[in-house]
Design a protein around this ligand. Structure first.
Ligand code: PLP
Length: 425
């Protein structure tokens, strides 16, 4: 039986607790798990048997969440970790090595631009930034040392929608995996694996948890990439010295990346998601489709209203007919363009600062994807570390404000925006 998304978001990965019958996934607040005997312990440590050893690697509450996220994305497996940024490192770690590079979109969350342009250099990795709409530029940027292509499905903050199928085709032709950050879209609006993505990463912090309580991340593997087809991915295809020469791809097939993420990634990088956080995210995901429908409907109404306002120079919401990405929605995220967009004010940088300060119902915070409506001025906050060219390329020019539309009554949000725009001049 093929179950619908609404059923899977409630049930996938969860079953009544075998020990107690508890219907909701219990929070397994334990660090370690008793071995049956020495042989059982040895088999677990050798990866000859799957089970629980220590919560830095695996935990039943986190495992339920991993199965749910993997199912909703249509993947073979998933590894959860402590944040969206951790997920990006966890996704790259098995692929990269000193001297290797990743080709990434210029239209990314500002923190990701910094992570890729600055911090990964400390590992000897580098990133080449390209216009993700330019297939020739992507193909030309790929060289012998490239190990992945990375983009966001719906980009934060500009709402740009990537042509995932075309980007995946370019990556595939070069024998490389495409990694898609699906945080803004969520698997309810877009399933990148269906468009050819190899890996999907998430900040669980945003819409998946949905209520601003958790910091978490996930890496979902499609299970479809042939890691042994070339000599580019030795961590997955060659003998692993830390496991007596075990070859992850040969041994675990479609689950190679997932097992590597747990057995090497979480074991040695330690970016583990805690079971409390996994519980909150499981709760949040139960209502994902209902919330996303409301986020999209509210964002559509509000973006249309803003577009007609005299103080507004432009709105980037892909749900608007005026958006250059409107046509792409039908192909990539037909149910909606999420709840995130930017609005440019004619009053420029100063007007944006006044506007953000004058809003009352909207919260001025560095977050998105909450039930509450949120607002921020990226150029003076999240995108502050970027130079002006990078800010413009990522959709965060000095004259724009990023708005994350919540699930409140749309008319109340419009009234708040109206009074704040009047004060912004
Ligand atoms: N990806 C996107 C699109 C984001 O918006 C964010 C955070 O804002 C991240 C990744 C990083 O996630 P986290 O804050 O959970 O590390």
């Amino acid at each position: 039986m093929t179950l619908g998304f609404d059923t899977l978001q409630v049930h996938a990965g969860a079953r009544p607790d075998p020990a107690t019958g508890a219907r909701q996934v219990p929070i397994y607040q334990t660090t370690a798990y008793a071995f049956r005997d020495a042989e059982h312990a040895a088999k677990l440590f050798n990866l000859e048997e799957v089970g629980y050893i220590y919560s830095r690697l695996t935990n039943p509450t986190v495992a339920a969440l991993q199965e749910r996220v993997a199912t909703l994305e249509g993947g073979a497996g998933a590894v959860c970790c402590s944040s969206g940024h951790a997920a990006q490192i966890m996704a790259l770690f098995p692929l990269m090595a000193p001297g290797r590079n990743v080709v990434v979109s210029t239209r990314l969350y500002g923190g990701s631009v910094t992570q890729f342009s600055q911090t990964i250099k400390r590992f000897g990795w580098s990133a080449k930034f390209v216009d993700i709409d330019d297939m020739d530029a992507i193909a030309n940027a790929i060289d012998d040392d490239t190990r992945a292509v990375f983009c966001e499905s719906i980009a934060n903050p500009g709402g740009h929608i990537a042509d995932l199928r075309s980007v995946a085709d370019v990556a595939k032709k070069a024998g490389l995996p495409l990694i898609v950050d699906n945080t803004t879209a969520t698997p309810y609006l877009c399933r990148p694996i269906e468009h050819g993505a190899t890996l999907v990463v998430h900040s669980l912090t945003k819409y998946l948890t949905g209520n601003g309580t958790v910091t978490g991340g996930a890496v979902v593997d499609s299970g479809t990439f042939d890691w042994s087809a070339s000599d580019k991915f030795p961590s997955l295809s060659q003998p692993e010295p830390a496991y007596h020469g075990l070859k992850f791809h040969e041994t675990f097939g479609a689950l190679a990346f997932t097992f590597h993420g747990i057995a090497i990634g979480l074991r040695d990088l330690g970016m583990t998601l805690n079971p409390q956080a996994a519980h909150y995210t499981l709760m949040g995901i139960e209502t994902l489709s209902l919330r996303m429908d409301r986020h999209c409907a509210n964002a559509q109404k509000i973006a249309e209203w803003l577009e007609g306002h005299e103080a507004v120079a432009g709105v980037t919401y892909a749900g608007l007919k005026s958006s250059p990405y409107h046509a792409r929605m039908a192909q990539v995220c037909p149910k909606g363009a999420s709840g995130l967009f930017t609005v440019a004010l004619k009053s420029g940088y100063e007007g944006c600062v006044k506007f953000v300060g004058a809003l009352e119902l909207f919260s001025h915070v560095a977050n998105l994807g909450d039930t509450r409506s949120l607002v921020i001025h990226p150029a003076s906050t999240t995108h502050r570390q970027l130079n002006e060219d990078q800010q413009r390329a990522s959709g965060a020019s000095p004259d724009v404000v990023r708005i994350s539309i919540g699930i409140e009554t749309a008319e109340d949000l419009i009234a708040d925006l109206d009074q704040a725009l009047a004060k912004a001049g």
